[in-house]
Design a binder for this molecule. Structure first.
Ligand code: AHR
Length: 493
């Protein structure tokens, strides 16, 4: 193991500085019809030899349960603006997935399968309706089919298809990336369409939280102009933002998921840490629109790593290493810092796509380092986010210099503290100290990798898995050495 740098970094948890409650939805997931996420991944169908319940793989479901998945966004992404809900209820209509390579889309996973999955997991639902190639009438009918409680034809049709009680739509967006795959619209045109459609998105029961589709990291003016619409604050509770971490910043050569040089570890860190400034500038932009209510939110409904595609694999399938685990933890620490303004995020995506929790290959299921980070961070769901102060050592490579350490803290409902500690330095361990109150004890787990691209495989499924952390209770301080490339979560009480 690399020796720690001589200096010890003191990390101070400002215990009286409450930022806001970390909404469980900050740990949200994204489930798009893409590659082998559903067919060949989560969904095998009832007739499969792979153990399943109502077509959902039992092993994947059990793994997801441990994450306490708070919300799932479905059916896209770009796919949302091609999705016609009638293809996926009753007698299914096979299609091809025109958003993602023209692959077969049997539509065996549809409305009933999605809402039943969410219900079984205890997750909230985030529906993205088709603005790009659908009609307002089609979307309104879908909402009635899902939520109708009366004797309407659509509610009766749902009952005839096997579901008596209505489901709840917790979050609703109209269109996705409307500046791009969702229709290449100008912002004022989209804002008009959004406000028009939102007026007809009636549900039976509690209204969903309405989210207007916003910019990515490179076109903030799109969101700014959408928010210029004089009635946008009446028809939406917040705006979305998409931000992906590419090691190279270059969409034509993003960088490899494994076997990458240290320079791409460094550039990945540098790019992912931009999330902090992006949130700050997005909030400032929201606040500059005086007509919007004070609690107007920023919903980061797509984020995560995006690498070059792996030859011989389905669309957007990529390996997941300890670098992804570190990226996940750095972003989650940033989201905690903005707990008062970022009510939901959705990592892209859940199974076999981009920064996935789970990789599935035939009968085999592998939990990724990102999965383990999400599982370790569960105590932060519903915790009160607290400010953290430290003077981090710097990690440098070439022209890039970033803080080596990152931390966040939350007070759990039972009064104990959850503390997350990341050492993003790929080579050096760092010693830390955290002030301790009399009588307090700390226990924790740590995730680390032997190399920059350590990952879990069929032959070594637990190569990157949490183990017990070594924490010294040292008078009025807790001390520890954080190994290179590591994520720790401590519980203090
Ligand atoms: O997550 C993959 C794709 O990335 C989504 O479909 C789209 O919204 C974004 O460009």
């Amino acid at each position: 193991m690399a020796m720690p740098a001589a200096a010890q970094t003191t990390i101070t948890i400002e215990r009286d500085s409450e930022i806001g409650t970390i909404q469980p939805e900050v740990y949200g997931q994204f489930l798009e019809h893409l590659g082998t996420q559903l067919y060949g991944g989560l969904w095998v169908g009832e007739d499969s030899d792979i153990p399943n319940t109502d077509g959902i793989r039992d092993d994947v479901f059990a793994a997801l349960q441990k994450l306490k998945v708070p919300v799932i966004r479905w059916p896209g992404g770009c796919y949302a603006d091609l999705y016609h809900w009638r293809d996926g209820v009753g007698e299914r209509t096979p299609r091809v997935n025109l958003a993602w390579g023209g692959t077969a889309e049997p539509n065996t996973f549809g409305t009933h399968e999605f809402f039943n999955l969410a219900e079984r997991l205890g997750a909230k639902t985030y529906l993205n309706v088709n603005l790009g190639s659908g009609t307002v009438n089609e979307a309104a009918d879908w909402l009635e089919y899902i939520t109708g409680n009366g004797q309407t034809a659509l509610a009766q049709e749902r009952r005839a298809n096997g579901r008596t009680a209505p489901w709840k739509i917790d979050y609703l967006s109209i269109g996705n990336e409307t500046w791009g795959c969702g229709g290449r619209m100008r912002p004022a045109y989209y804002a008009d369409l959004y406000a028009h459609w939102a007026s007809f998105m009636t549900v039976d029961g509690e209204k969903p939280v309405m989210i207007v589709a916003g910019a990515h990291d490179g076109n903030p003016e799109f969101s700014d102009e959408v928010l210029d619409h004089p009635m946008i604050g009446e028809v939406s509770k917040g705006i979305s933002l998409h931000y992906y971490t590419l090691p190279t910043s270059d969409w034509s050569r993003k960088g490899a998921a494994t076997g990458f040089p240290e320079s791409e570890w460094a550039s990945t860190l540098e790019r992912t840490l931009r999330m902090d400034g992006l949130i700050a500038s997005s909030i400032a932009m929201i606040d500059s629109h005086e007509k919007l209510p004070d609690d107007y939110g920023l919903y980061i409904d797509e984020w995560g790593t995006w690498f070059d595609e792996t030859k011989g694999r389905s669309s957007l399938w990529q390996e997941n290493t300890i670098r992804d685990g570190v990226v996940a933890a750095l972003n989650l620490n940033i989201f905690h810092k903005y707990a008062d303004r970022v009510p939901m995020t959705n990592i892209a995506q859940m199974v076999n796509v981009l920064q996935a929790m789970i990789l599935v290959d035939g009968e085999r299921m592998t939990l990724t380092p990102t999965y383990h980070v999400f599982e370790m961070y569960v105590p932060f769901q519903n915790a009160q986010s607290l400010r953290v102060a430290m003077d981090s050592p710097t990690y440098s490579n070439g022209k890039i210099s970033v803080p080596a350490l990152s931390a966040s803290a939350g007070r759990m409902k039972d009064g104990r503290l959850a503390i997350a500690l990341v050492n993003a330095d790929p080579a050096a361990a760092h010693a830390i100290a955290i002030p301790r109150k009399a009588g307090e004890r700390a226990a924790g787990r740590i995730l680390s990798g032997d190399a920059m691209d350590s990952r879990n495989t069929a032959t070594a499924p637990d190569a990157v898995a949490p183990r017990q952390a070594t924490i010294r209770q040292d008078g009025n301080r807790f001390t520890a050495v954080l190994p290179a490339r590591s994520v720790s979560v401590w519980i203090v009480g």
